[in-house]
Design a protein around this ligand. Structure first.
Ligand code: G3H
Ligand code: 13P
Ligand code: ZN
Length: 328
């Protein structure tokens, strides 16, 4: 059934596991997440970005997720809006029936310009007021996602700062986090520790200077009762890049967030781990491979099936790696 995000994250905290939150845009991605969760008995967070709602259309996104709840009535499921850029966008999602919303006030409403602390508190407070009134959950964000070496926010067309960020903007300050949580009363806090959206996160396998898991520990020590959220947490598996490139793709060398680093973060209060890119990579590799090997096929179901299966395998792996087995 659809349940509250707060309840799901509280359970994860009590039982020391993390929940991957998968971005979904279409039928096959929803099916992939649900069947993976079903196989391992995991709880599910399906999240839709503003881009997803635009791509599919709001009624489709809503009803795809409701269909998932209907088809898997035994799985606890949260319908979450990812990266709301304004209180109005969040209100729209709440009106649609989302039980959880992210107000990303780390950036201005353009989704590009880093905001001030006071602006962030103000918009997040507004969303907490409207959401808590109806029992919905709120995720906020403090700090900007970005590569600590280059200052780039990553993904050009998604949510991310334009231009260069400086080091301090890209690392959430634990003291500020404590003030922010107290002032806003939000349920979950997304933090910046050097990850960024998209496939091009790190130019080498990340070490502590560019992926600051130590910062997670410092934040958790300061606000132990706040559920932490990691964005930009795809692992960008090398084998998925290899499949894409073997079958005509041209992806450059790149590295994601290693699963073992996420597992370490889960020990220090990270309960929700956002993953979109790994599903994109898995599906693209599978489609490229299928079509290259079957140039005579033209039934869309035939190439969507391996894409859905590849996405499912990624989801299942993350459920197991983050400790979700049997928690749903
Ligand atoms: O926020 C980043 C997610 O990867 C969603 O991306 O805006 O292209 O749907 P999107
Ligand atoms: P990835 O691009 O690493 O999958 O991150 C997704 C995300 O943070 C969505 O909010
Ligand atoms: Zn994100």
């Amino acid at each position: 059934p659809l349940i509250s995000m707060r309840e799901m994250l509280d359970h994860a905290a009590e039982n020391s596991y993390g929940i991957p939150a998968f971005n979904v845009n279409n039928l096959e991605q929803v099916q992939a997440v649900m069947s993976a969760a079903d196989e391992v008995g995991a709880p599910v967070i399906l999240q839709a970005s503003a881009g997803a709602r635009k791509y599919a259309g709001e009624p489709f996104i809503k009803h795809l997720i409701l269909a998932a709840a209907e088809m898997y009535p035994h799985i606890p499921l949260v319908m979450h809006q990812d990266h709301g850029t304004t209180p109005e966008v969040c209100q729209g999602a709440l009106n649609l029936g989302f039980g959880s919303v992210m107000m990303d006030g780390s950036l201005m409403s353009d989704g590009k310009t880093p905001s001030s602390f006071d602006y962030n508190v103000d918009v997040t407070q507004k969303v907490v007021a409207m959401a808590h009134k109806i029992g919905a959950t709120v995720e906020g964000e403090l700090g900007c996602l970005g590569n600590l070496e280059t200052g780039d926010a990553g993904e050009e067309d998604g949510i991310g700062a334009a231009g260069k960020l400086d080091h301090s903007q890209m690392l959430t300050d634990p003291e500020e986090a404590a003030v922010f949580v107290k002032a806003t009363q939000l349920d979950a806090l997304a933090i910046a520790i050097g990850t960024s959206h998209g496939a091009y996160k790190f130019s080498r396998k990340p070490t502590g200077d560019i992926l600051a898991i130590s910062r997670v520990k410092e934040i958790h020590a300061r606000i132990p009762n706040t559920h932490l959220v990691m964005h930009g947490s795809s692992s960008v598996p090398q084998e998925l890049l290899a499949i894409i490139n073997e079958y005509g793709g041209k992806m450059k060398e790149t590295y994601g967030v290693p699963v073992e680093e996420i597992q370490e973060a889960i020990k220090y209060g990270v309960r929700k781990i956002n993953i979109d890119t790994d599903i994109r990579l898995a599906m693209t590799g599978a489609v490229r491979k299928f079509l290259a090997e079957n140039p005579d096929k033209f039934d869309a179901r035939e190439w969507l099936k391996p894409a859905r299966e590849a996405a499912k395998q990624v989801c299942k792996a993350r459920y197991l790696e983050f400790g979700c087995e049997g928690q749903g």
